[in-house]
Design a protein around this ligand. Structure first.
Ligand SMILES: Cc1cc2nc3c(=O)[nH]c(=O)nc-3n(C[C@H](O)[C@H](O)[C@H](O)COP(=O)(O)O)c2cc1C
Length: 252
């Protein structure tokens, strides 16, 4: 959502979101700090998104370390907060590009190695403006790549059957948001293990994968399954220039 009603969050919603921030964990061990901040738009301090976002007074600010683990942690941990906001009827929009050079983090102190890399407005959504509709259309925001182009089995020789065991968690990953809707995630299923890869598309591709893997894991949990993420040297070599990222093994 890129258009909001101009009103600050209610104290209840503010509390719920701060609780979501504080309880959000991830399995990758990276550095990420998430803050929820209200901006007084009548004061001199105007955070700018160059017109991309209208009527938002509350923004999440994400300070993220510069390594792979931090990008994964940021995507995974903050997507849980975004899903909580969605659950309580609020709109959000991950923003990595259209705030660069503005002073969102004036006065903020970030932990060692972190830098403000993502902002995200949050509030009551308003009717979409024309600009927003065109923006979404230009990015192809409503379109996701078909399942069979992303997920494979049998050493990448066969597209994965969407009705197979990991079909539903991977379908939820497929629907996740990504920077410029680039959907860099790829996966190979081998028995009770899913190997995650990505096709580098933007500086945020690894972070995008953290978002997708969050959707994957939450769906596994929803289905009553248990498992863990791990790194291995023996993941099958991917085609093209895809890069190996992480694996997930189901244990129950
Ligand atoms: C990491 C990340 C960075 C993004 N950066 C921007 C951005 O700078 N500007 C923008 O308009 N949309 C950006 N988006 C896209 C929107 O947040 C949103 O995901 C997209 O419009 C698709 O929305 P949908 O999931 O409702 O289809 C970004 C998304 C992600 C995941």
């Amino acid at each position: 959502m890129r258009s909001f009603n101009g009103k600050p969050l209610s104290p209840d919603n503010d509390k719920t979101l701060n609780e979501a921030i504080n309880s959000s964990t991830d399995p990758f061990g990276g550095n990420v700090t998430i803050r929820l901040k209200e901006f007084n738009l009548k004061g001199g301090y105007k955070p700018s998104t160059y017109g991309m976002i209208k009527g938002a007074t509350n923004f999440f600010l994400l300070g993220i370390g510069s390594d792979e683990a931090s990008a994964l942690s940021a995507g995974y941990r903050f997507e849980k907060v975004v899903l909580k906001a969605t659950e309580i009827g609020l709109g959000t929009c991950w923003i990595a590009a259209t705030f660069k050079g503005t002073d969102f983090d004036r006065g903020e102190v970030w932990r060692n190695g972190e830098a403000l890399k993502i902002i995200c407005p949050v509030g009551i959504p308003e009717k979409q403006r024309m600009l927003e509709k065109f923006g979404r259309m230009a990015l192809g925001s409503n379109k996701r790549k078909p399942f069979e182009q992303l997920f494979f089995t049998d050493d990448f020789k066969e597209p994965l059957n969407p009705h197979s065991h990991f079909g539903e968690p991977l379908e939820m990953l497929r629907l996740a948001p990504s920077s410029t809707n680039s959907q860099p995630w790829r996966a190979l299923v081998s028995g009770n293990t899913v190997h995650f890869y990505y096709k580098p598309k933007s500086p945020a591709s690894v972070l995008d994968c953290g978002i997708g893997m969050c959707h994957f894991y939450l769906t596994e949990e929803y289905l009553g399954r248990k498992g863990e993420f791990f790194k291995t040297d023996s993941a099958p070599n991917p085609p093209d220039n895809w890069k190996y990222l992480y694996s997930f093994r189901e244990t129950e």
